[in-house]
Design a protein around this ligand. Sequence first.
Ligand SMILES: Cc1cc2nc3c(=O)[nH]c(=O)nc-3n(C[C@H](O)[C@H](O)[C@H](O)COP(=O)(O)OP(=O)(O)OC[C@H]3O[C@@H](n4cnc5c(N)ncnc54)[C@H](O)[C@@H]3O)c2cc1C
Length: 392
Amino acid sequence: MSHIVIIGCGIIGAAIAYQLSQIEGLKITVLDKQAPATASTGAALGVLMGVISHKVKGRPWKMRHISVERYHTLIPELEAKINRPIPHNRQGILQLCLPGDDLDKWEKLLDIRKADGLPLEIWDVAKLRDRCPQLQSQEVIAGIYSPADLQINPVALTLALVEVAQQNGVNFHFGVTVAGYETISVGSHEYRCCQIQTKSLDVTTKAPILEDVDWLVVAAGLGSLPCLQGIKGGKLESLQCRSTQGNGFTIIPVLGQALELQVRSPLGNPDFQPVITGDDVHIVPVTENEYWVGATVEFPDDVGEAVADPSLLNRVIGRAISFCPGLADATVARKWSGLRPRPEGQAAPAVGYLQGFKNVLLATGHYRNGVLLAPATASAVEKMIINSLRDR
Ligand SMILES: Cc1cc2nc3c(=O)[nH]c(=O)nc-3n(C[C@H](O)[C@H](O)[C@H](O)COP(=O)(O)OP(=O)(O)OC[C@H]3O[C@@H](n4cnc5c(N)ncnc54)[C@H](O)[C@@H]3O)c2cc1C
């Protein structure tokens, strides 16, 4: 039986664990130093902009297409297994067009999506007002409505994936980190990781545990490259992902702030509450009288630290109110922030072999789209493992 160890239990590690748990004959262990969905995933808004994205070819579009299609089957599949709903919104995403936006570009995208059988609509201002009367901005010149795109609560989704993977026999260990790796040389500049040593972060717990591994999947978000620093073999000074550009890369934290607003009654038509997005600000209906609004995009400073700037969050709130003035009367129920793992020197996400290793996969660096791209990432990892097992 092949033993697969996954480091990291955000949305990416959980999606991979669930996907692999459906294959007979694998032993799967997931390790995380924290509880599931507490890092980047815990801060995400769960907006899944697939069909409405401007990606039209290659890996970026393929991953979005696979993911959006999979979400429509994955959600009911998981809900049936956990016997409770996973909060999500299937009323689509409405992107607001502002002066200067190229409507011809959108028309072209509509044609491309139509050829793929995917719905996308351009709404004029009259239709926008009719369908979403909460939009009162004079600035908006049109809307692009994508009924096939959706939004999901990322924490509830991750916990559902963990629960069902557990039902399927996956072992999860939280409060645990990797303390060391055993590797063997399997040819010229090629290594295999054959054992990992884990340690509990709870100081009262006993000695480190040794686990034999056949595959190591690193889905540790911002922790992905640091947690591999101790692995011996290969050209470790330049961690590379064979599947993409082939240059060394790093992963930097890009901070995002968001908040939850409470209103007395739903804005606009209570029966039609799509996610509204304009000028990179999302207004996400989560319950009848709650909206999430976000998120800022804040790069790290010269010493690599990303520190929340309250004025940027105020700008996001101001922009949301400029589109939906009804939000001005809302009360702020909660504010939060999180760090997105952004690869530098490598397109997001980094999914592929760690250079020099035959059995170490990276599934990381999903930056602003980890929730969106989780199903396609899990499917890519599954294919790499299955193909390799077949070739043995
Ligand atoms: C404000 C905000 C809004 C966002 N909105 C969206 C959105 O609308 N749609 C979307 O698709 N994406 C969104 N994102 C991006 C999304 O959150 C990330 O791309 C995604 O969560 C990355 O998932 P992950 O599993 O790779 O990383 P994480 O969720 O960060 O999980 C990594 C896990 O690895 C663990 N770990 C790290 N190092 C170690 C180690 N050494 N040993 C053991 N465990 C380790 C961590 O504890 C953590 O649990 C948003 C992000 C932010 C901050």
